[in-house]
Design a protein around this ligand. Structure first.
Ligand code: IPM
Ligand code: MG
Length: 352
């Protein structure tokens, strides 16, 4: 098949992990007879430097016209001025919104060979296989009003946790659909004892749950969920939650996998191009050194093949190669190893 991909390497380690991932995609293309075209665009801090905007209209249009978008990471100390009117992260949020990718799939699996890389007790980690579905285009990140003003002579800052019923319904429906291909259990995470938006969230979870009686639905408050991720992660399967709750819980969950560098993500909407990115950030401290772990991005490209291009065999072959590479003991420095980004990718490619 032919597919048009837009690459957004972004900032920090982004370009290093994206170029290794493209090598993997090219091996897949060669082996299975596909032809992928790549259009590279700036997004994030690099785009602010070049165009004065973290996401230009042209780049968004190119992304919307692609079959899928592969992103590295954005941000860095250079653009951290709290008074700046644009920030790298704004570009990422505008891209997610502009692509309408409301569901962010973040699978968290613990590779048996990496159990000792996590600070958790090994017995807690056996069998961990969680799919967090983070609502991505609503909630606290996007609610209105938002901003700063002066009220009663005091400086004030406002963020709003806002959800429409349809925004919850569509992500909840996807959670139940995906649960059917797994252990048929959905954990809906909210803060319904305090937040009105969470009470609507729970109401809709119950509504979708009643339409899917073959799937077990449980509600867990977000504070409890953060605890259970540590005390009993193997009991969790599909977890669906609000945008910022999902952001926080997936950083926590990455500790189970031994390193943030391991975890991929797919952001999906209603049929348009998907957006694929590792869950880690731009790691400015190691940028340019060629030592970043490329696995999160390489696994994101597998999700791209699966979800945007329907290439299940190809996706699974990347995942298998990564699995075998880790089993064989290949490690970048985040996991206590010595391999460079390039060498780690070579190890994976060797097994493809
Ligand atoms: C993530 C990141 C982003 C988010 C930042 C960079 C805006 O933390 O993808 O998890 O908060 O969504
Ligand atoms: Mg995050």
């Amino acid at each position: 098949m032919k597919a048009k991909l837009v690459l957004l390497p972004g900032d920090g380690i982004g370009p290093e992990i994206i170029s290794e991932t493209v090598r993997v995609l090219e091996v897949i293309a060669g082996k299975y007879g596909h032809s992928f075209s790549y259009t590279e665009r700036l997004m994030g801090g690099c785009s602010i430097d070049q165009y004065g905007s973290s996401l230009t209209d042209e780049t968004l249009v190119d992304c919307q016209a692609a079959d899928a978008v592969l992103l590295g990471a954005v941000g860095g100390p250079k653009w951290d001025d709290p008074k700046a009117k644009d920030r790298p992260e704004r570009g990422l949020l505008a891209l997610r919104k502009g692509l309408g990718v409301f569901a962010n799939l973040r699978p968290v699996k613990v590779h048996p060979a990496l159990i000792d890389s996590s600070p958790l007790k090994p017995e807690k980690l056996i069998g961990v296989d969680i799919l967090v579905i983070r609502e991505l285009t609503g909630g606290l990140y996007f609610g209105w009003p938002k901003g700063r003003d002066v009220k009663d002579g005091r400086e004030r800052a406002v963020d709003t946790l806002e959800y429409y019923d349809y925004e919850i319904r569509r992500v909840m429906e996807l959670a139940f659909k995906l649960a059917k291909g797994r252990k048929k259990k959905v954990t809906s995470v909210d803060k319904a004892n305090v937040l009105e938006s969470s009470r609507l969230w729970r109401q809709i979870a119950v509504e979708i749950g009643s339409q899917n009686p073959d799937v077990t639905l449980e509600h867990v408050l977000v504070d409890t969920a953060s605890m259970r991720l540590i005390t009993g992660p193997a009991a969790m399967d599909v977890v669906v939650t609000e945008n910022m709750f999902g952001d926080i819980l997936t950083d926590e969950a990455s500790v189970l996998a031994g390193s943030m560098g391991m975890l991929p993500s797919a952001s999906l909407g209603a049929g348009g191009p998907g957006l694929y990115e590792p869950i880690h950030g731009s790691a400015p401290d190691i940028a340019g050194k060629g030592i970043a772990n490329p696995v999160g991005t390489i696994l994101s490209s597998a999700m791209l093949l699966r979800h945007s291009l329907g290439l299940e065999t190809e996706a699974a072959s990347i995942e298998k190669a990564v699995d075998e590479t880790i089993t064989a003991g290949a490690r970048t420095s985040d996991l206590g190893g010595k391999l460079s980004t390039r060498q780690m990718a070579d190890e994976i490619i060797k097994r493809l």
